[in-house]
Design a protein around this ligand. Sequence first.
Ligand SMILES: [Zn+2]
Length: 257
Amino acid sequence: MEGQRLESIDVLDPRWSDPAPAEAVCDALNGRRIERLWRRGKYLVMSFEDDVHLVMHLRMTGNVLLADEEPKHTRVRMTLDDGTKLLFVDVRRFGTGDVLLGSDALGEYFASRLGVEPLSPGFTAEALREQARGRRQPVKAFLLNQERVAGVGNIYADEALFRARIHPLRPVGTLRKPQIEALREAVVESLEAGIDAKGASIDDYRHVDGARGTFQDRFLVHLRKGEPCVRCGTPIEKMRAAGRGTYVCPRCQRRPR
Ligand SMILES: [Zn+2]
């Protein structure tokens, strides 16, 4: 898609770009050349010529698909100059698209929402320790807070905490230096394993070509309640942490006193 021109964008569901009206999105993007596709945290970014940016978030059930056939629940249709169609499909309609004019506006948008990028060189044990220092917040809630570490969701938090042998309810400020280092590595490994498997398709997520991801077949703890721990054989337990269904090995991840 990079280098192609956006022939047209049809926002079929105005809620997608709310509060900006659909016409404003079309006016800003129609006819512009796509310079770069990238990602920050859970946001997908299309950067256009003249420093114009479209920032999309899939939220619960959103998908971005390259397809000719339009599935039900297509919310946005983008047509490129070679005829390719990019569709934003979203059953629950929580997905969003925001247009930002200029790099400064884009920078501010992310600065107010997102912390360090876990797959960047800036994600060091030192940076993580700095964020965690003095906080009583449980480590799982800390990981899910996008303003601390950007892009870690429920699956990846569970997988990372299991890899690092840390209980989800442990206050993050009490983690020792070796645990912080283990957690940093575990977050990176979990995300890379997910990317390698093209994501997890438990419910709606699909790859851009419509294929299902396979990470759900490789989970170490997530959704494995009652199954034996891959390390010690103890049955995996389900609990609640940060308001989310959370999976732990009660032996490998000792509950804090
Ligand atoms: Zn175990």
